[in-house]
Design a protein around this ligand. Structure first.
Ligand code: PMP
Length: 348
């Protein structure tokens, strides 16, 4: 026996780099535009003496704003410190059985980290050759299901009928649909919430609401599932959301015009960049996200990744089977994407 025998050892998730200084940062799917100016006003109006007090434990400021915006009872809303926190708590709450949970072999690379941390058995289900998901693969015994829609890092969306097939064929399992990127053109599973009590939808303000630095995530599910998540949360930390993040999240949700304008800009730039990459010979998935997933036949994605990095352009490269010939490229401003295309033209 040694001291270290009592220490939990895990292999953590590795987030994309946050380099200091002026770089073109297309590696962590942040929004290239500032959040709504109303967010700055809301943060300023909190008043620094308010920080003396603990924040709201029930987070009603933000839950009420989300409830009003989506037309869903606040009892069906959960909020957390980014969707990573919401997902981690959802895993801990809903995947407590003995049967393996299921998720795709290619998806958000945090899912297996949480499963390992919590000792949740899991099986990965291979996506098809073209990275699409076949709902029939999920019609088997399991202890729960989680998938991202649209998926990351492929950007590919499973149509709503397929999402419903997975949910309806697994009434005894909680199905978590991670909709981190849905605002950029995907179809949400929200309309299914009324029908299926096993559905949990997870969202984030990090991408489409430009608030990655505030760490705000949320989830929708039936009242019983949300109450179970609240109990688990309150067994770890009563005060997860800061007073500032509650105010900022509410302000972001309430500025619909700014939200629409930002989304339109990102989507327009995405479609233009998609066409430019194809012109350069890249195979690009039909991503419905604020990033693209691209491979250039005959070229090394790893070499392109390093060469771009030397030029101060950061994209994401995954040294993993089935992914290591691709790059994931976040959509930046038009000027940033023009610099990327210029650099690629010189490199290739
Ligand atoms: N889900 C997916 C699919 C993601 O790509 C990310 C971003 N890394 C997250 C969840 C977590 O985002 P956040 O914690 O910033 O809400």
């Amino acid at each position: 026996m040694s001291l270290f025998d009592n220490i939990r050892r895990v292999t953590p998730y590795v987030p994309g780099e946050q380099p200091a200084g002026e770089v073109i940062k297309l590696n962590t799917n942040e929004c290239p535009y500032a959040p709504s100016p109303r967010v700055a006003e809301a943060i300023a109006s909190v008043g620094h003496s308010r920080l003396r007090l603990y924040p709201e434990p029930d987070c009603h400021t933000l839950k009420d704003a989300l409830s009003a915006y989506y037309g869903i009872s606040p009892k069906k809303v959960f909020v957390g410190v980014g969707s990573d926190d919401v997902l981690a708590l959802a895993f801990l709450t809903f995947f407590a059985g003995r049967k393996p949970i299921l998720f795709p072999d290619i998806t958000y690379s945090f899912y297996d980290v949480w499963a390992e941390l919590y000792g949740i058995p899991y099986d990965t289900v291979p996506l098809s050759e073209d990275f699409t998901l076949d709902p029939a693969d999920y019609a088997r015994e399991n202890g729960g299901i989680v998938f991202a829609n649209p998926n990351a890092p492929t950007g590919i969306e499973l149509p709503l009928a397929g999402v419903e097939e997975i949910i309806s064929s697994n009434p005894d399992s909680v199905v978590i649909v991670d909709e981190a990127y849905v605002d950029f053109g995907g179809e949400t599973a929200l309309p299914l919430l009324e029908t299926y009590e096993n559905l949990v939808i997870v969202r984030t303000m990090s991408k489409s609401r430009a608030l990655a630095g505030m760490r705000i995530g949320y989830a929708f599910a039936g009242e019983r599932l949300i109450a179970a998540m609240e109990d688990v949360k309150a067994s770890i930390n009563s005060y997860t959301m800061t007073t500032l993040s509650l105010a900022a999240g509410k302000a972001a949700i309430e500025d619909e015009a700014y939200f629409r304008e930002t989304l339109q800009k990102v989507i327009r730039t995405r479609e233009h960049t998609k066409a430019e990459l194809r012109r350069l010979g890249f195979i690009v998935t039909d991503a419905k996200t604020n990033f693209l997933f691209a491979a250039k036949p005959g070229a090394s994605a790893e070499k392109i990744f390093h060469a771009l990095r030397e030029r101060g352009i950061y994209v994401r490269y995954f040294k993993k089977p089935r992914l290591d010939d691709h790059l994931r490229i976040t959509i930046g401003t038009d000027a940033e994407m023009a610099s990327l295309i210029d650099a690629l033209e010189q490199l290739l």
